[in-house]
Design a protein around this ligand. Structure first.
Ligand code: UDP
Length: 404
């Protein structure tokens, strides 16, 4: 895939701006580090963004830190407390966090002109900075962090040259510049590329999900903040009035040890509920997720905390109305009453599902608006434009490189 392939999809001005900046950055090195190669939004973004930046002639690389189960238990706890869940972190846990970061840093070649460290897991790599611009790219919702946890992490974060958050309200009191850059989807990825009806049918048949009733779908890692049990509760309320099917599809991520336990809780909550399909998907189920999203009548994302919620963008891009929690980056995408509905409770979610099931024309129009909203604001090209603009403006302070 090259930039030219996006002509006719992305705005022409956006593509020109990328070419202009890539010209200035050709041959320079751009390193990204995160904590998982598969599963979750960050890995999804990397898989698409890095090759496209390389196509522009910039030496972009993606590296993944290694850690054992104990390390990822600790980092999930850090992640959860940054998203507001109170949970003590012992000295021993912090020690594990520090040591695994140090070990990774000792082994990795971190030499680059611009380095983006994604999320808290590898944040301590900053200790190994020798040169270049180092940016902490935070994808999670840290609008109301556990104060002790943030106090500890902030000591590391403030050593970076800049920070990026997906949503303005996640910004924190920090001594360096902070930028708001939301994530994006790639219309050409297996997750989003157009599929034929036959391909969609094949996936539903394979999962043994009949398509004779309207289908509600939530695609998410099995994570408490995605509230899968709340979705089941809403579904049970809707089901009393409207015959429909619910699909909860999700997998686990290498850096998320909670998945199995939450999946077991979900199975228990699903016991005896009719027309409910729970799919535990292996990594690289992109085509399957694409087909499920395209076959859905309404997509749900009942998160109670959310960094951005790439699944929302994916669904809107496929002309699906989305009913979703009013948290994190979701309201950037779900414009209430226009591209879907924002909800605040199990009951509210159920009411909105019933309303949209009863009004397919409204649902259809919301889907159309949704796709256009994503096209204008949340495609991969806009994301790359903002990354390059940030890099250039950090290297040329005071100069109007290009409007972020
Ligand atoms: N996803 C996936 N398999 C799954 C569940 C999710 O490939 O079993 C993908 C999903 O399609 C989306 C990303 O992982 O592209 C999830 O990103 P999001 O921002 O919604 O949530 P996160 O998991 O990063 O909290």
């Amino acid at each position: 895939m090259g930039l030219d392939d996006y002509k006719g999809i992305s705005e022409a001005g956006e593509l020109r701006a990328i070419e202009y900046m890539a010209d200035k950055l050709r041959g320079r090195s751009f390193l990204h580090v995160n904590s998982t190669a598969t599963g979750g939004g960050v890995a999804e973004l990397m898989q698409r963004i890095i090759p496209l930046i390389r196509e522009l002639g910039i030496d972009a690389k993606w590296k993944v830190i290694k850690g054992n189960k104990q390390f990822f238990e600790v980092t999930k706890r850090i992640h959860n407390s940054l998203q507001g869940q109170v949970g003590p972190l012992t000295d021993k846990m912090w020690d594990t966090y520090e040591k695994v970061n140090k070990k990774n840093g000792d082994k990795m070649d971190l030499d680059a002109d611009c380095v983006f460290i994604h999320d808290p897991q590898p944040a301590m790599l900053i200790e190994q900075k020798k040169r270049g611009i180092w940016v902490w790219r935070c994808h999670i919702d840290i609008s109301t962090p556990d104060k002790v946890m943030w106090y500890l992490l902030k000591d590391q974060v403030k050593k970076y040259d800049a920070a990026i958050f997906s949503v303005a309200s996640f910004a924190q009191s920090l001594p360096m510049p902070q930028y708001m850059i939301p994530p994006s989807i790639d219309p050409f990825s297996d997750k989003n590329i157009d599929l034929s009806e036959a391909e969609i049918d094949e996936v539903f048949e394979r999962f043994k999900i009949p398509r004779d009733k309207p289908i509600l779908l939530q695609v998410s890692r099995f994570d408490p903040f995605k509230d899968p049990i709340g979705v089941i509760e809403s579904f049970k309320m809707v089901k009393k009035y409207y015959d429909c099917t619910l699909v909860l599809a999700g997998g686990t991520a290498d850096d998320d040890p909670e998945g199995e336990r939450i999946l077991a809780d979900v199975m228990e909550a699903a016991d005896g509920v009719e027309d409910l399909h729970i799919l535990s998907l292996p990594p690289f189920s992109d085509k399957e997720i694409n087909a499920l999203q395209r076959g859905a009548t309404i997509v749900i994302q009942k998160s109670t905390r959310e960094g951005f919620g790439l699944v929302v963008a994916e669904a809107l891009w496929k002309n699906k109305p989305v009913i979703a929690g009013d948290v994190g980056g979701i309201p950037l995408q779900v414009i209430d009453g226009v591209t879907g509905h924002l909800v605040h409770s199990v009951e509210g979610c159920a009411v909105r599902i019933r309303q949209l099931l009863q009004d397919p024309i409204k649902a259809r129009n919301m889907g159309i608006m949704g796709r256009e909203h994503i096209r204008r604001n949340y495609l991969i090209t806009g994301h790359i434009r903002k990354y390059l603009a940030l890099w250039l403006s950090m290297e040329n302070p005071g100069q109007d490189v290009i409007n972020l």
